[in-house]
Write a protein that binds this ligand. Structure first.
Ligand code: URA
Length: 208
């Protein structure tokens, strides 16, 4: 009985901390992307999935569909991500999916260094709260950020060399594995890349 009460209060605390992050991002008037968000009447994308997930995916920033719905990876890249997850029988609801930058950079451009700087502390708090076993980065921006932050002894390699390799990282809650993956967008028109991604996704199975 006592253990269930303890788990309940831990879950409530987690939920509250996540809600706080969401509220702070919704009110992030100091971000240069906040103006765009309100002008275009779109949403920030906080993240989606299980707060108890062992696997956390970190993409770059929301695209048009994501900003319109407030959901990560729900457009063309999301379709590929769903296919990759299905190929290794990992239900989308069992993982957590988020981005470094939580608002859409205007016109689908790459996120700027100052935008990463503004939004990354929210990602770091999400990681701290959820304590995933593995952080699977999607694309080079999230790979560079996560490796720099959590794997201080690693040298940044190009994604063509780093993808599908496991890096050991250190967090406030202990060890985390960082697994760099290509961004699913690379496979939208390229079947060879989809095969490479499928091979790399097999590495996630052991964390489920
Ligand atoms: N690309 C990303 O990096 N993130 C999304 O949420 C969608 C597309």
């Amino acid at each position: 009985m006592e253990i269930f009460l303890k788990l309940d209060s831990m879950n409530a605390e987690k939920k509250e901390k996540m809600r706080q992050i969401r509220d702070e991002i919704f009110n992030l008037t100091g971000s240069p992307l906040y103006k765009e968000r309100t002008k275009n009447k779109v949403f920030p994308v906080i993240g989606e999935g299980s707060h108890d997930a062992a696997i956390m995916f970190v993409g770059e920033a929301p695209g048009k569909n994501e900003a319109a719905t407030g959901r990560p990876f729900c457009g063309a890249s999301g379709k590929i991500l769903d296919e990759l997850l299905a190929s290794v029988n990992i239900p989308r609801e069992s993982v957590y999916i988020t981005n470094i930058v939580k608002d859409r950079p205007t016109g689908n451009r790459d996120p700027l260094p100052n935008e990463i700087e503004i939004y990354a502390p929210f990602l770091e708090r999400q990681i701290d709260i959820m304590q995933p076993k593995v952080i699977a980065t999607l694309g080079r921006f999230s790979m560079n950020y996560i490796i720099d932050s959590f794997c201080p002894d690693e040298f940044a390699e190009p994604i063509s060399r780093a993808h599908g390799k496991e890096f050991k990282g250190e967090t406030s809650y202990g060890e985390v594995i960082v697994l760099p993956l290509y961004h699913p967008a690379v496979a939208v028109y390229n079947n060879n890349m989809k095969e490479t991604l499928k091979q790399d996704f097999k590495l996630l199975k052991k964390f489920t």
